[in-house]
Design a protein. Sequence first.
Length: 271
Amino acid sequence: MVRAVSLLAEDSDLWDIVFQESAKRARFIERMVGRASAEILDVGCATGSLCALLRRRGLRTVGIDINEVFVDAARAKDPDGRYVVGDMRSFSLRKKFDVVICLGTTFAYNLTNNDVLATLGRFHHHLKVGGLLLIDVLNAIAFTGPQPFRRRTRHSFSVSGHPLTAKIEHRLQLKEQTMTEQLTWRGRKRGRPWVRRDPAESLRLFFPQELALFLETSSFSPILLTDRYTEPSQGFGGRRLIIAARSTAREPEVSSGATPARGARSAPRWR
C-alpha cells in the first residue's frame, strides 16, 4: 500500500515558493556558531536552501532529509553541497559535527517521548563534545495561552503566473499535546478548476521547560531559550520555540521504542 503524502512533499518547486529561506534565521545561526570553519549538519534540510545559503556565507554544511524528492532537488540546485536521505531517529553518517541544526518543524514530527529521545540520541552521537545543537519547534504556549486559536487559515501564492490557494484546518489534541493540520489546495489546471485535499498530519507542541528537560536528559546543556530569531516576545507567546544547547561528554540513554519511519515528510507548520 502506497502512503499518501502532501502536495508540498511531492513538489519541491512549490515547496521553495511557499517556504522561502529567511535571512534572519541564517544570521541567527551565524551568531550562535561564531566561527566560519564550523561544519554544520542540517537535519530536515528539505530542498537545501538553508545549506546553500550558509555555504555562501562561508560555513560548511551537510544536509539530511527523509524525503527523497527533496534530497534530489537539493542535489540538483546545489551540486557542490552534500545531501543524504535519512530518518532523524535512526540516521548514521559515521561523522561528528561542530553544529547540528533541526529547524522549521522537522523535530515536531516526533510525536512520542520515545521518538524525541531517539532523535536527540542521534543528534548527540553526531556532535563533538561541546558541539552546538539548535532546534526550532512549535511553542505550545502560543496555542494554549490567551491568544485565540485559529482553526482555519488561508494562504495565497502565485505559481507560474497562476493563483493557488491553500486552506488549512487546525485541530488541537491537548492530551496528546499535538496539533493536526489538513490542507486543501485550489487552483486551475489546463483552464479548469482544480482541488486537492491532502492527508492530515500531526505535529507535537512543546513547552519551553519540557523541551529543556528532554535535552538535559539526553546529555545536552541548554544555553538559550527564545520564541523568536530576534528578541523574545513579551510573555514568551511567539509561535516558534527555539532552543540552543551544548553537547556534554556523557552518553545519553538509548531509547529503543522509536516509531518506525513514516516515509516522505509532509508539509510542516506554516510560519
